[in-house]
Design a protein around this ligand. Structure first.
Ligand SMILES: Cc1cc2nc3c(=O)[nH]c(=O)nc-3n(C[C@H](O)[C@H](O)[C@H](O)COP(=O)(O)OP(=O)(O)OC[C@H]3O[C@@H](n4cnc5c(N)ncnc54)[C@H](O)[C@@H]3O)c2cc1C
Ligand code: SF4
Length: 423
């Protein structure tokens, strides 16, 4: 065992009311897992973590722990918090390598559930419902599973072998996976119901890059972050790169670009440093890699030679801070390529080919507290409902939605409750 993992585990005070669990969105029972680990019961510790959160091994790599579990650890008040992420990683890595699915109950075997999308939301629903004995099929538009965990978060932050291992575990639990199958493009939600699926879950995420809507955005040297991160190897960005935006995705782009041959990367933000939304640690890593930050600059136009920038001034509108360019300050900033990293919104391929699934004004799917959409039998959670969030937030709400799907099928199809109301 890594020395620092043991040392850190021994620093845990075994608090009667562990603040770390309260700070974790999925209330990970980390204190109890640490106790089991130190008592040489690592498999039990792993089961505890996995049963609570099947994506524990992902979360410990990518969660913003400083605001969640570690940020709440009592030891952090006077010094370093217990390094919960490292301990969780050690336990969960071990557990997944020995994991064998337990035999599931057989009363749900005739109940088929379709899961559209294999990101954190789809994976969570699949793990929970497979454990309950449902007959699950995952439909994934990409050639591999994992959603943003595979096609967005870079390898140096989340190794792809973890997604492969989770996928293998799902398949061993009886889950069927149909890759390269975009629901709404060819097969539709109606086809799924026709073929006997009792519930359909949409965990399709947000994959449509937001545009800046400025001149030059369609030029050959301009790209969108989410498209670049999907497969950086196929891009020739040249040596000097401008990244527009200062969130976590922008940091991933900058750090990935350095690892693919860019020599100078400039992160351009239209406001001051307090507008940087990326985690402090990601900003620090980007700086270590060599990224330079240009604050209070607004991109006015993209050209083949680079980006025309203007100084910006910040003003408030209805309590919200905004930036506008100061006329007369425009100047061309020379770069080989530009990547726009200003967030993503949902695609409409399913709702535009299916009747009865309402969306809100921002294009996100409308659901009630149980993840029920406006169409009976169709559930949704994850980014397609909340907008861009985090892996652990997708797990949190999807756990609840999995229970809601279970309750719906049990009441309507197994108990035959004719008074059962959808909404
Ligand atoms: C670059 C980047 C870095 C990030 N870094 C972090 C991080 O460090 N920590 C963190 O917690 N969160 C991070 N996030 C956010 C996190 O990844 C998301 O919040 C999370 O993946 C959302 O899960 P999801 O299941 O809702 O959607 P997704 O992960 O987006 O998965 C949706 C899946 O549905 C599939 N799909 C979509 N439409 C269809 C269709 N019609 N038919 C079939 N399949 C379809 C997609 O191909 C995809 O596989 C990051 C996001 C990005 C973009
Ligand atoms: S799931 Fe995330 S926030 Fe919760 S204990 Fe694990 S690393 Fe911390």
């Amino acid at each position: 065992m890594s020395k620092h993992v043991i040392e850190d585990a021994k620093r845990c005070l075994q608090c009667p009311k562990p603040m770390c669990s309260q700070g974790c969105p999925v209330n990970t029972p980390i204190r109890d897992a640490i106790r089991l680990l130190l008592d040489s019961k690592i498999a039990e510790a792993g089961k505890l973590l996995f049963d609570n959160n099947p994506l524990s091994l992902v979360c410990c790599h990518v969660c913003p722990q400083e605001n969640q579990c570690e940020g709440h650890c009592i030891m952090g008040k006077k010094g370093m918090p217990v390094q919960i992420s490292a301990i969780e990683q050690y336990i969960s890595d071990y557990y997944l390598s020995i994991y064998k699915p337990e035999p599931a109950p057989t009363d749900k075997l005739n109940s088929k559930v379709a899961i559209i999308g294999s990101g954190p939301a789809g994976f969570t629903i699949a793990f929970i419902l497979a454990r309950k004995g449902y007959d699950i099929t995952i439909y994934e538009g990409n050639d591999k599973t994992g959603g943003i965990m595979r096609y967005g978060i870079p390898e140096f932050r989340l190794p792809k072998r973890i997604i492969d291992r989770l996928t293998k575990t799902l398949i061993e639990s009886g889950v069927k996976v149909r890759p390269n199958t975009t629901i709404g493009a060819n097969l539709s939600v109606d086809d799924l119901f026709r073929d006997g699926f009792k519930a359909v879950f949409m965990g399709t995420g947000v994959w449509r890059p937001r545009k800046l809507n400025i001149k030059g955005e369609s030029l050959g040297n301009v790209h969108f972050a989410i498209e670049y991160l999907r497969n950086p190897d196929v891009y020739s960005l040249g040596k000097r790169l401008a990244v527009i935006g200062a969130g976590n995705v922008a940091m991933d782009v900058a750090r990935t670009a350095f690892r693919h041959g860019s020599e100078e990367v400039f992160i351009i933000c239209n406001m001051g440093e307090d507008a940087i939304t990326a985690r402090t640690i990601e900003v620090e890593y980007a700086k270590i890699d060599g990224a330079r930050f240009m604050m209070n600059k607004t991109a006015i136009e993209f050209t083949e030679e680079g980006v025309i920038l203007a100084d910006s001034e910040v003003y408030e509108e209805n309590g919200i801070k905004k930036a506008r360019p100061i006329p007369g300050t425009e100047a061309l900033f020379l770069t080989d390529s530009i990547i726009v990293a200003i967030s993503q919104g949902p695609r409409s391929v399913i709702v535009s080919t299916t009747t009865g699934i309402d969306i809100k004004s921002d294009g996100l799917v409308a659901v009630n507290e149980f993840g029920r959409t406006t169409r009976e039998g169709v559930f949704a959670s994850g980014d397609v409902v909340t907008g861009a969030k985090t892996v652990v937030e997708a797990v949190k709400v999807s756990r609840r939605v999995a229970d809601s799907i279970d309750e719906y099928i049990t009441e309507k199809y197994i108990n035959g409750n004719t008074d059962y109301k959808w909404l």
